[in-house]
Design a protein. Structure first.
Length: 497
């Protein structure tokens, strides 16, 4: 069988960093091919070369047995190669219709035919069983809906290759299965699908073949039957994965000190029902719930990124009368958001500038950090969190997603907070970095930091939490403590049992 798409000897280097080293990739018609590796392994660089977002330094691209040149995203789409990147690259202020058909709006008599445009947008979304108001701004919908809109946009009628970079990172279980049903339908029609994910169990649900990259080189390729999970993790990490021997935090004695953060009836009409939360020094409180349950909303209300219209908030005994991010930083609260692209990093600024941003804001612009102090802090954080970058002056937007996540975490830590709020701290990062961040959370807790961790990863919450606050339909429905914190108990509480 002639490969639907084949990359031969693709290489790409950035200043000081060889990103790809003569990588081969072959995907057959009607195949889901998983492309796996740790953050920085070269996955995103490879698919950007494949889809014209980057130009490779060497190598060839063959499509259905024909050597082709893809030097722009437009050329890729014209050849039938479509992509949905990990960070949703759409325009949140524009309507769903405009986003789905951006650059391809139908015209009639020289004018945009809006009636047909809306019909086409609804039809594309219907393939994903998404029924929403296509005239509403895209940004008014959840990240999960935005991701599904991006996939709908990518599904051209004449597409031959579909590239999905972390497509399920923002989807709940039902939405993921809906997407998988669509992928199986596309497989049956002969489409070749490149699937990048950090969810290993999902890879074995949907993929036929696996290619593993490490440090920019291909280190393994085979069918899912030929590469069992333990072998896969070993290929990704370069060594056998060692399970953490530490017991769940809930089995340890909980902190008994006075709460440093006390929230009573904090809420916002039409956003989050009033909720009570306490945080003590040295304590990790988890926020559990399905997508849309209110995890992010609670985190933002406590930090002041959303202004509450009810309740009372006290930090270190001080009543917070008008919560805002600036006041929170002054009081020693920091926040690592879920959506690192639009709310976390400043992509054009360097790693150094991103790391010192919160500390400089806390000090005030009348007391600037010296360049020497900035460089010292950046070096320390890069070493402490193992951020993969050639130097502190590299633009943070050029790092992999997992390393961007580490930079955001470094920014929070360098400000020396009393309370750290983490919203999906391990979203979209690899197995090794996931373990590092979980270990770091436990270490920060032992140093006396109070942490609030919102996560869709139940096993993660079981590992790190002293208490778990359970949310459903944007209200608090339960709280689990100590040895009762188990995956089954959290699921039962979410379900209302």
């Amino acid at each position: 069988m002639t490969a639907r798409i084949q990359l031969r000897g693709v290489s790409k280097s950035f200043p000081g960093v060889p990103a790809l080293q003569a990588v081969d990739l072959k995907v057959e018609p009607g195949e889901v091919h998983a492309l796996l590796g740790e953050n920085g392994a070269g996955k995103s660089t490879l698919i950007k070369v494949m889809t014209g977002a980057l130009r490779g330094d060497a190598g060839e691209i063959w499509l259905d047995g024909e050597l082709i040149r893809i030097d722009s995203p437009g050329a890729a789409r014209a050849a039938g190669v479509c992509a949905v990147y990990q960070e949703v690259n759409l325009v949140p202020t524009m309507s769903v219709t405009k986003n789905v058909l951006l650059g391809r709006l139908p015209r009639r008599f020289g004018m945009i035919d809006w009636r047909r445009a809306r019909s086409l947008a609804r039809a594309k979304l219907a393939r994903l069983e998404v029924d929403i108001d296509v005239e509403r701004p895209l940004g008014s919908f959840s990240v999960a809906i935005q991701q599904l809109v991006a996939i709908a946009r990518a599904l051209e009628d004449d597409a031959r290759v579909l590239v999905l970079d972390e497509p399920t990172a923002s989807l709940d279980a039902n939405e993921t299965q809906r997407l998988f049903a669509l992928l199986r339908d596309l497989k049956a029609r002969g489409m070749a699908i490149v699937f990048i994910s950090h969810f290993i169990d999902q890879v074995y649900q949907i993929a036929d073949q696996i290619t593993v990259l490490r440090n920019g080189a291909r280190v393994g390729v085979g069918s899912t039957a030929e590469i069992p999970p333990l072998r896969l993790v070993s290929l990704m990490l370069g060594h056998e994965l060692q399970k953490m021997s530490q017991p769940p935090m809930g089995l340890e004695a909980p902190p008994t000190s006075e709460p440093i953060l006390v929230a009573r009836g904090i809420g916002r009409r039409r956003v989050m029902e009033p909720v009570d939360i306490d945080l003590r020094p040295g304590e990790v409180v988890g926020l559990a719930g399905l997508l849309g349950s209110g995890r992010t909303e609670v985190a933002k209300l406590l930090f002041g990124a959303l202004r509450p219209d009810s309740g009372e908030l006290r930090v270190a005994g001080h009543k917070v009368t008008a919560p805002s991010p600036g006041q929170s930083l002054h009081l020693g609260l920091t926040f690592c958001p879920e959506d690192r692209k639009s709310e976390g990093i400043l992509a054009e600024l360097s790693v150094r500038e991103n790391i010192v941003l919160a500390l400089q804001a806390r000090r005030g612009w009348l007391h600037p950090l010296s360049r020497r102090e900035q460089e010292r802090l950046a070096r320390e954080m890069i070493a402490a969190l193992a951020i993969a970058t050639p130097d502190a002056e590299k633009p943070v937007g050029q790092l992999s997603g997992g390393n961007q996540q580490k930079v955001i975490l470094a920014r929070s830590l360098v400000a020396k907070p009393h309370v750290l709020i983490l919203d999906e701290p391990t979203r979209g990062i690899d197995v090794g970095a996931h373990a590092e961040i979980v270990t770091l959370i436990r270490s920060l807790c032992k140093q006396g930091l109070a942490l609030l961790v919102a996560s869709s990863e139940l096993d993660e919450l079981v590992t790190v939490s002293h208490r778990v606050v359970v949310l459903r339909d944007r209200r608090k429905v339960g709280e689990i403590q100590g040895a009762d914190i188990t995956r089954d108990r959290i699921i039962q509480t979410i379900a209302g049992a």
